[in-house]
Every structure is written in C-alpha cells, then in structure tokens.
Ligand binder design. Structure first.
Ligand code: BEZ
Length: 214
C-alpha cells in the first residue's frame, strides 16, 4: 500500500496523450494522480469535465494532472468526446488506460470489497520530491470536490515553505497555525511580527504569503 510520505512508484503507461513515463511527466512539478471507476458512467463524466474546467487553477499552482481507469484506450477516446459534448470541456490531461490493472494495484486503487473489476475514486497529491503528500479514496457513488483538492494543494505548498499548519476549512489568506514542534523562542525568530496565543498549544498568525506578515 502506498502511504503518506512514501515515494510514489514510477511507471510507464499508455494514455490518451500517448506513452507517459510518470516521473518524466511530473518533472519538477507537483502532481495529482487520480483514478475513476469506469468510462461512460455519469459521475465520472462530470468529474473529468470539472477537472478540465479547473485545469488553469492547477497549472497556476504548478500541478500536473493525470487520470487513470481500467478502460481501453479506444473507450477513453470515444468517451472524451461525450465529456466535451455534455460538460463543455474536453480533457487535455492524460488519461491512463490500465487494462492489466498493474498501476491500479501498485497504487492500491482497487478495493476488492467495493469492486474487483474497477478502481474506486482515489486521489494522490505528489510533491516535486516524488513523495506522496495526500491520499484519499471516494466510493463510486460520490463525485469528488476538486475545489477541495485545490485547497489542500494550497495548504501543502504553504507548509512546504513555512513552519506552519492550516486549520479546519482554511483557504488562502486566512490565519494559519504555528506548528506545535516550534517553541516560542524559535517562533520569535521565524515570525518577528508576532502571533496570537489562544492557548499555549494554539497560536495563530496571518497567512505569511499575504504581504509582509512573516
Ligand atoms: C459513475 O461514475 O457514475 C459510476 C461509476 C462506476 C459505477 C457506477 C457509476
């Protein structure tokens, strides 16, 4: 099983955009690797269109997107046109055709008690260091919220650069938390403009990426 902070395994795959070596595709970017259960199904159709609509926001954050299902390349290619027709967006990101399920198994995307013939809806966020930063699984019946995935990319990219954490429902620009591993002495050096102490273990400050707040 691939878990948070593990190195994402590399693979080479046939996709709707030709043969892809995963590491070469990621290059030095962040990446989203997601699986969907099946072509020509309603929830997946809305998900793939929605993701294409949000692709500029992922590009702004230097995130490459790549999808996967166990369907054939021919199926994907016909279905992509249906997505354009019904959702108004033609997915430009590569869609992996994993008919032998080798990548699905490598990334634990097939949950046999749900289905042994198709993947669940898995999302991996992978950092430029090729480490898994987040993993989540949704069942076939629930379409994902890709705005939430963008939100957590913002959190991961912030906390990669600053010694802070983000509170529940945080969005860019809102106050952040000083990590509990940082004592007040160190915090004074990192955040000379100060912070608010609500409890000794709960200290907040302005989002350090917004203006001159650090
Ligand atoms: C759907 O995307 O709607 C779907 C996927 C797999 C099974 C059933 C429905």
């Amino acid at each position: 099983m691939v878990k948070i902070n593990d190195t994402a395994p590399n693979f080479v795959a046939h996709t709707s955009q030709g043969l892809v070596d995963f590491y070469s595709y990621i290059d030095n970017s962040w990446a989203i690797l997601f699986s969907h259960p099946k072509a020509f199904t309603p929830v997946c159709t809305t998900e793939l269109g929605t993701l294409q609509k949000l692709l500029p926001a992922f590009k702004d954050r230097n995130v490459k997107v790549i999808g996967l299902s166990v369907d054939s390349l021919d199926n994907h290619n016909v279905w992509l046109n249906d997505i354009k027709e019904t959702q108004g967006y033609l997915p430009e990101y590569p869609l992996i055709t994993d008919t032998d399920k080798s990548i699905s198994k490598l990334y634990d995307m097939i949950h046999e008690n749900a289905s042994d013939t198709m993947t669940v809806r898995t999302v991996f966020i992978i950092g430029p260091d090729k480490k898994i930063k987040l993993k989540m699984d949704y069942p076939a019946s629930a379409g994902r919220n890709f705005n939430e995935i963008l939100r957590v990319v913002d959190s991961l990219q912030l906390t990669a650069n600053y010694k802070v954490s983000t509170p529940a429902n945080w969005v860019q620009g809102e106050d952040v938390i000083i990590g509990s591993a940082i004592n007040d002495e160190e915090a004074k050096k990192l955040f000379p403009k100060g912070w608010t102490t609500h409890k000794p273990y709960l200290r907040t400050l302005k989002d350090p990426t917004q203006g001159d707040n650090a």
